[in-house]
Write a protein that binds this ligand. Structure first.
Ligand code: DLL
Length: 433
C-alpha cells in the first residue's frame, strides 16, 4: 500500500496545485521586491514589477538567477530576511572560488524537512523504521535534510554521516537498520564491502535506500538493489533550493515527483533562455515559492532534464522529473565532488605544463575514476623514469589539494595529444549515466 506523508498535498488536484502556485508566487515576488534589493534591481532592469506577476503563467517575465549572481551577491546579498530571523546556513563545497552560502529561517527548515519526510515515506518509511543517514553532515545539506525528515517520520534515526565503512556495516547489523540514506556510489561501495564479508542480501536487514546528490544509472540501481536486497529510490535537490527533497521517487521508481507546493519547475533552452513546452529536454529552472530567508526566483540549475505530467500509479499528482541527464555547463561531479576542468588546468599550468591535456572520467565498479593525461614540454621530456614518477606525484598532490580528490596522472610525450581545429576536446566522460 502506498504511503504518503502529506496526502492532501501530495495527491492534490492539478487545479489545487496551480492555485497554490499562483497565490504563493505572487506573494513571493512581493517579498523579494521589498526585501532583496539585488533581485529588485534585476527586475527593474527587465522592466518588471510585482504588478506584472499575477500567477504561474507570468513566471517567464521574471529574470533568472544564476550561479554568477550567487557569487556576486555573496554572502548576504540575496537574503530575504534579517539575520536575526535566520537560524542556520548550509554551503556548497566551494572548490570553485567563492562558496555558495544559503540561509534558513526555522520555517524554511521545517518545510524542507517535510519534503525529506515525503521522500522517506514514499520509500516505505514509517515510525517502525531505523533510518541510517550516511550522507555527510555539517555544511553539506544531505545529512541535515534527511536527518530532519527521518525525525518527522518518526524513524529511529542514526545520524552517522558518511565514511567509516566498518562502522556503517556494524550499525546496519547491530541496530537492524531498515533504511539507508547516502550517495549511490557509497551505497554500491557498502554493498560490495558487505558482499566481501560474506553477507548475503537476506542477511542484510535493509529494505530501502534513498540515494541522490549525484547522477546514477538504472544499471547501478539494479546492482545496488540486488547486492543489498533493497528497493533503491532516487532523491534530487540542491543547496540553493534548501537541499535534498526538491524531488523524490515513489513506488513506481520511474522519475521523481517535484514538490510543487514549494517549487515551480520550468524547462528552458540553455542557450536562449526560452521556456520549452513541458515534455521537452532542456535546463531545469526552479522558483522556490515558500522559502523566506533565501528566496530563489527562476534559479538556473544547469541540470538537463525532462518533465512529465503523465498519471502516476502511486497516486501522487505532482509533476515528475526524469533523472538529470547531465549538466549544461562543464562541471563534472566526481565521487560527489564538484570539479571544474579549469581547476585542473590551473594546477597543470602552475607546475609549468602546457594546456595540452585530457581529463578522462570513468566509472569502475560504481566508483568514479579521474585520469589526467598531460603533455610534458620538450624541455621536461626525459626517459629517466624516476624523474617522470616524481613529476607525476607532484601533480597528483597538487590536484588533491585543489580538488580534494585523488587523480591518476600520466605524463605523455610532447605533441602526443590530438589537437583540435575547433574547440579543444579536453574532457572525456566515459560514464554511462
Ligand atoms: O547534492 C543535495 C542533495 C543531497 C541531493 C542529498 C540529494 C541527496 P548540491 O551539493 O548543491 O546539493 O548539488 C546539487 O547535484 O544540481 C545536480 O547536478 C546534482 N544532483 C543532486 N541530486 C541528484 C540526483 C545536493 N538525484 C547538484 N541525480 C544538482 C543526479 C543530482 N544529480
Amino acid at each position: 500500500m502506498e504511503r504518503y506523508y502529506q496526502p492532501e498535498i501530495e495527491c492534490a488536484s492539478q487545479e489545487q496545485i496551480k492555485a497554490w502556485q499562483d497565490e504563493r508566487l505572487v506573494k513571493q515576488v512581493k517579498h523579494v521586491w521589498d526585501n532583496v534589493p539585488y533581485y529588485r534591481k534585476k527586475m527593474e532592469e527587465k522592466g518588471v514589477t510585482p504588478d506584472d506577476i499575477k500567477g504561474r503563467d507570468d513566471l517567464h517575465k521574471l529574470p533568472f538567477i544564476t550561479k554568477t549572481d550567487l557569487r556576486d551577491a555573496y554572502p548576504y546579498g540575496l537574503m530575504g530576511k534579517p539575520l536575526k530571523d535566520c537560524v542556520r546556513i548550509h554551503s556548497t563545497s566551494g572548490t570553485t572560488g567563492k562558496r555558495v552560502v544559503v540561509f534558513y529561517t526555522q520555517h524554511d527548515i521545517d518545510l524542507w524537512e517535510d519534503c525529506c519526510a515525503r521522500a522517506i515515506t514514499a520509500a516505505g518509511g514509517t515510525d517502525e523504521d531505523v533510518c541510517q543517514v550516511a550522507y555527510g553532515f555539517g555544511l553539506f545539506t544531505g545529512g541535515a535534510g534527511l536527518n530532519g525528515g527521518s525525525h518527522k517520520v518518526g524513524c529511529l534515526t542514526i545520524p552517522i554521516s558518511s565514511g567509516n565503512t566498518d562502522r556503517q556495516i556494524g550499525f546496519i547489523k547491530d541496530l537492524s537498520t531498515t533504511i539507508l540514506c547516502c550517495t549511490p556510489s557509497y551505497a554500491a561501495y557498502l554493498g560490495e564491502s558487505m558482499k566481501e564479508m560474506g553477507m548475503t542480501p537476506d542477511q542484510i536487514p535493509l529494505k530501502a535506500g534513498i540515494f541522490g546528490a549525484e547522477a546514477w544509472s538504472e544499471e547501478m540501481r539494479q546492482d545496488i538493489q540486488n547486492t543489498l536486497g533493497i528497493k533503491a529510490y532516487d532523491i534530487y535537490g540542491l543547496t540553493e533550493l534548501s537541499g535534498p527533497g526538491v524531488a523524490f521517487e515513489c513506488s513506481e521508481q520511474n522519475g521523481m515527483h517535484i514538490n510543487e507546493d514549494h517549487f515551480i519547475a520550468e524547462i528552458i533552452d540553455p542557450d536562449t533562455g526560452e521556456v520549452l513546452p513541458e515534455g521537452e529536454k532542456g535546463e531545469l529552472v526552479f522558483t522556490a515559492i515558500t522559502k523566506e530567508a533565501f528566496p530563489m526566483l527562476r534559479y538556473r540549475t544547469k541540470d538537463i532534464c525532462m518533465l512529465s505530467r503523465e498519471k502516476c500509479s502511486c497516486g501522487r499528482t505532482h509533476v515528475k522529473m526524469c533523472k538529470p541527464m547531465g549538466r549544461s555547463d562543464d562541471m563534472l561531479i566526481i565521487r560527489g565532488v564538484n570539479v571544474f576542468p579549469s581547476q585542473i588546468e590551473t594546477v597543470l599550468l602552475n607546475h609549468g605544463y602546457p594546456a595540452n591535456y585530457q581529463i578522462i572520467v570513468d566509472r569502475v565498479n560504481h566508483t568514479d575514476t579521474l585520469d589526467v593525461h598531460v603533455e610534458m614540454t620538450p624541455e621536461m621530456f626525459t626517459d629517466n623514469l624516476g624523474e617522470v614518477s616524481r613529476r607525476q606525484k607532484e601533480l597528483v598532490d597538487g590536484l588533491r589539494s585543489m580538488l580534494g580528490l585523488t587523480a591518476k596522472v600520466t605524463l605523455v610525450a610532447p605533441k602526443s595529444i590530438v589537437r583540435s581545429e575547433g574547440k579543444a576536446v579536453r574532457i572525456i566522460d566515459k560514464r554511462k549515466i
